[in-house]
Write a protein that binds this ligand. Structure first.
Ligand SMILES: C[S@@+](CC[C@H](N)C(=O)[O-])C[C@H]1O[C@@H](n2cnc3c(N)ncnc32)[C@H](O)[C@@H]1O
Length: 629
């Protein structure tokens, strides 16, 4: 190879990644299925002894537009996330991210760098109750659609409308919006990761079926009911709805539920009236909840009484029961006709979370409204706010630890970010919010406009900013020793925008038709692109998180970004010299990226650069990936 590799500026090819995973998992057992670089699914079925009938009907959730969803998922993003230092706090220190943009495009852009890295997701998507859900009329969700929607470009003939019940395909549109997002979000979860999705009665049935399809029915952890309000609504002729649903799905069986901390209320039932040396205890059940024929056996008490098994059988096998009788955990009544079990308090590690979450424990919508009001001088500029204790409960169950990433890609007013900051676990958040224009059609919208906000992302950023400032003020008041030093309070703001390379900024249609685009020289950095804009585009697309440590250094008198302590060197200089190439190779990086235009069409210089990096890598028995962009 005499020319450097071209750097791919598209987001991860999700389908290719999945094909690769499938091949890795099944390739050895079924080599005939993976012939000539493609997967023969009919052959797989045949190998497994199934009759292949192409017209066979399938059980599952179907809607108009479902097939299109796969195409949407597979269409890579050519957009970029641009840093917004002015809208950030502690940009260089913090590992928290606020991203303004359409979450579909953003989720695509996050695939390379955050694949399998997110521990917990909490989302509260539009519930499809009427006007709150906006959708492009022509089915095309791309960066161009987004820029049109956010009025950053001319309309171009594309129309948007709210999804109302009379608009036809009402549920279908909602499902088509959710499917690609949930699919891409699953990729971001760690194997021991978990997603919580809040929803109301409108779409719970569809959502549960959708998640079962995407995550697998074995991965449903819980269908939770959250009591969102306590006060009666003032009418008597219909049911007063006091709950929402929260679906919890895990990525795989590697996830386990973390128990909740016990409270005095949980411990109330324990006592020790007979001075049991094992401490406080309460009576527990010895019967099985499910019918277990193998656990149906008689027990003979020391006084010779034969105790008949309960209808479903005992809780344990005969031998385990015997051990528990010997240890005193299972005891006979004085007359020897019954047995009971003692559950000891000091053997309880915590409390299993329940599937009903009461407002008094996890907050109500009224409490959520008060939380946002307390940050905005008694005013609530947003109405569908969730109480932070609700997300805290979810993240406790997820077992969040220091450095874990939590994601919310329907951020709204930023409650998830608030909850993560509030928890003393030093986890990090990534939240994504559309710059949805605020309308004066609702009292909250009117108020938000009066308060000077024009979009919902403005509100969320401002809320997180105020939470951070409040915590910083509280920390200042403490002795420095007691302040949590590892909480890097703040957040880095980014916004979704076009690529910094003009060749990628064609419409999606043109891009698709022209396979040759990838082979063209990319020598058109857009006029308004700053070095930092380009840096973050390259960082993310090379698979580095947006919070990777970056230093600006000088090499051979040229400006170079050193990424992750020199693992990757990015040089955006418009004139590349042989000296610079030698010095870059000498620095021993794993990857080097330079602007194509820096070579000024000098193919010889480029070929020499390839050889220089190759020679250096051979000498060190390593590999240096050298790419231009
Ligand atoms: C129900 S609200 C979330 C409220 C949030 N949990 C809170 O406590 O404030 C849903 C949010 O998703 C946002 N949203 C809708 N479509 C989006 C998209 N495509 N990308 C990013 N955000 C979107 C809406 O603007 C809205 O703010």
């Amino acid at each position: 190879m005499t020319q450097p590799e071209k750097m791919e500026l598209t987001s991860m090819d999700v389908a290719a990644q999945k094909r690769q995973e499938l091949k890795q998992a099944l390739g050895n057992a079924f080599p005939e299925v993976f012939a000539e670089g493609s997967i023969d699914f009919d052959q797989l079925k045949r190998v497994l002894g199934e009759w292949v009938d192409p017209s066979k009907e399938r059980f599952g959730l179907n809607w108009a537009g479902k097939a299109e969803c796969m195409r949407v998922i597979q269409q890579p993003s050519v957009a970029a996330l641009k840093p917004m230092r002015d809208h950030s706090i502690n940009f260089d220190e913090t590992d928290n991210l606020f991203i303004e943009g359409d979450n579909l495009e953003v989720l695509k852009l996050l695939q390379k760098a955050y694949f399998g890295k997110v521990k917990a997701i909490f989302i509260d998507p539009p519930y499809n109750t009427g006007n709150e859900f906006i959708y492009p009329d022509k089915y095309s969700e791309t960066i161009e659609t987004y820029l049109n929607y956010t009025s950053q470009t001319d309309d171009g003939g594309r129309k948007f409308s709210t999804n109302t019940e009379i608009s036809g395909r009402y549920h279908s549109r909602w499902l088509s919006m959710m499917y690609p997002r949930l699919y891409l979000a699953k990729n971001l979860l760690r194997e021991d990761g978990v997603i919580f999705i809040a929803i109301d009665d409108h779409e719970i049935d569809n959502l549960r079926k959708l998640c079962t399809e995407i995550y697998g029915e074995d991965n449903l952890v819980a269908h939770i009911i959250w009591q969102h309000s306590v006060q009666p609504k003032g009418y008597t002729d219909i049911f007063s709805i006091h709950h929402n649903h929260i679906l919890c799905f895990r990525k795989s069986e590697d996830f386990s539920v973390s128990p909740l901390e016990r409270t005095d209320k949980d411990n109330k039932a324990y006592s020790n009236p007979d001075n049991d040396p094992r401490g406080l205890w309460r009576t527990g059940d010895v019967r099985n909840a499910l019918y277990r024929p193998n656990l149906i056996y008689e027990i003979v008490s020391p006084s010779g009484h034969v105790i008949q098994p309960p209808e479903n059988g005992w809780r344990w096998s005969k031998s385990t029961m015997q051990e528990k009788i010997s240890s005193g955990e299972v005891r006979f009544s004085v007359d020897g006709t019954k047995i009971s079990r003692r559950i000891y308090l000091n053997e309880q590690d915590g409390r299993a979370p329940e599937t009903i979450w009461f407002g008094e424990d996890v907050g109500t919508t009224r409490e959520a409204s008060n939380e946002i009001k307390s940050l905005f001088d008694g005013k609530a500029p947003f109405d569908t706010v969730k109480p932070i204790k609700l997300m805290e409960r979810a993240f406790q169950i997820a077992g969040l630890k220091k450095g874990d990433i939590c994601l919310d890609f329907f951020a709204g007013s930023g409650s998830t970010a608030h909850a993560v900051l509030n928890m003393e676990r030093s986890a990090n958040f990534i939240v994504v919010q559309l710059p949805e224009q605020i309308s004066d059609a609702t009292p909250h919208g009117k108020l938000a406009l009066e308060m000077g906000f024009s979009s919902i992302s403005d509100i969320s950023r401002e809320r997180i900013k105020r939470v951070v400032q409040k915590m910083q003020n509280q920390n200042e008041g403490k002795l420095s020793l007691s302040a949590p030093s590892d909480v890097r309070l703040g957040f880095r703001s980014f916004r979704l925008d076009r690529s910094n390379f003009s060749i990628w900024n064609q419409s999606a249609d043109t891009f698709e038709q022209s396979g040759t685009q990838l082979d063209l020289h990319v020598d058109h950095v857009t006029a308004d692109a700053s070095p930092e804009d380009i840096l973050y585009e390259l960082l993310l697309k090379a698979g580095f998180p947006l919070t990777t440590k970056v230093q600006s250094i000088q090499i051979a008198n040229k400006n170079v970004f050193s990424v992750h302590d020199g693992a990757m060197l990015i040089c955006l200089e418009s004139e590349i010299t042989a000296e610079l190439i030698d010095a870059l190779a000498e620095a021993n990086p794993l990857q080097v990226i330079c602007l194509d235009e820096g070579f000024k069409g000098n193919d010889q210089l480029k070929a020499n650069a390839v050889q220089t990096f190759k020679a250096r890598a051979q000498a060190d028995e390593s590999e240096i990936v050298f790419r231009t962009v």
